[in-house]
Each structure stands twice: as structure tokens, then as C-alpha cells.
Design a protein around this ligand. Sequence first.
Ligand code: GAR
Length: 208
Amino acid sequence: MKNIVVLVSGGGTNLQALIDAEKSGEIKGGKITCVISSNPNAYALTRAAENGIASRVIPRKEFADSKSYSMAILETLDEEKADLVILAGFMTILDECLTSKYAYKIINVHPALIPSFCGEGYYGLHVHEAALAYGVKVSGATIHFVNEKADAGAIILQGVVNVEKDDTPEILQRRIMENVEWKLLPKAASLFCQDKIEIIDEKAYVTE
Ligand code: GAR
């Protein structure tokens, strides 16, 4: 059984989707063993507590830079014997000191079709504001491995929704979460835990 450590910063609906998927047996070969939050007030921490999952708070504000913060996260992941790390609405970019040690072991959910609307500054509602401002007709979410560049690691899964004329950023965000993020993130976790993701030339392929 692989130990899954989930990193969060906010509401934690993606964490909830992972918890629900684990409960219904959809995450084969893995178990959520710890939740780490960068934000002491994240509602995701309540979700962890309500489901009997251990949690730790490592506030981003207490660290001078990304490197020292990433070192603290790295120590915790090592202590927790993490096999898979999931960034589920985690709003901090991690330094290479962590991403290189956990290469192809950290997955992130990004709320757009990478390589569109991604990279530094594109997080949360900002992503959907940018997609609507551009006038794209489809958007979606991407599950990808995390490397040293923001939102640039190998893509594992992507899913698409239509953008409607009257969409607000909030409406589009909700449609993408419901139809893509909450389904594909648990699916990617399960594929990883069953060793069904293969890396060839820095690209990820699902082997089922
Ligand atoms: C989700 O839409 C996630 O894709 C996005 O933030 C939201 C978090 O919601 N993540 C990013 O923008 C990361 N760059 P949640 O806390 O309810 O899961």
C-alpha cells in the first residue's frame, strides 16, 4: 500500500474527492496518510480531521523563501514516508530541492488545459478569468507531474468542458471541478498507486 500525502492551501474540494474515492475503493493500492497545509485556516484541515486523517500545518508565511519552505516540506514528506505527493489546491511553487528528490512522485491538478493559462500567477480563479478574457470555447483541467518549472511537468490526464457565453470565473471553475478535477485527480492517484503510469522521454503514458 502506497502512502499518499496531500498538500493543500484552501477549501479542499479536491482533497474531499480523494477521500471519497478512497472510501469507495476507487484508489487501488494507496491510502491518504497525511494532509499538509500551507495555510493554518484552510477548510481542507477540517475535512482531514472529520475523516480521521492526520494533518500538519507548515505556514508559508513563516519561511523567507521558496527554498527554505520546500526544505521543511521535504523533511516532513520523508518523515511521513510519502510514496505519492498530491498537490490538491496547493498555492505555493515548490523549489527544485524538493521536486528533484521526489521526481515523478508529485502530481498536481491545474484548472486549465496546459500549456494554456498556466505558470506563475495562474492559480485558482485567476486561471478562469484569463480563459474567459481570451474567449476560449473549451477549457478543462490537467493532472501532471511536478518538476522544477511551474505547471511544466509531464501531463498524465486532461479533461475538457465547454465554455458558455454567460460564464463567470466562478461558474466555469465549478464546471471544471465537478466534471474534470474531482474525477481525474483520484483516477491519476489510483493509476500511480498501481504503477500504471510509464515515463518515456520525460512524457507520461497510462499503461492500461
Ligand atoms: C482547484 O480548482 C485547483 O485546480 C486549483 O485551485 C483550486 C483549489 O480548490 N489549483 C491551482 O490553481 C494550482 N495552480 P480546492 O481547494 O477546493 O481543491
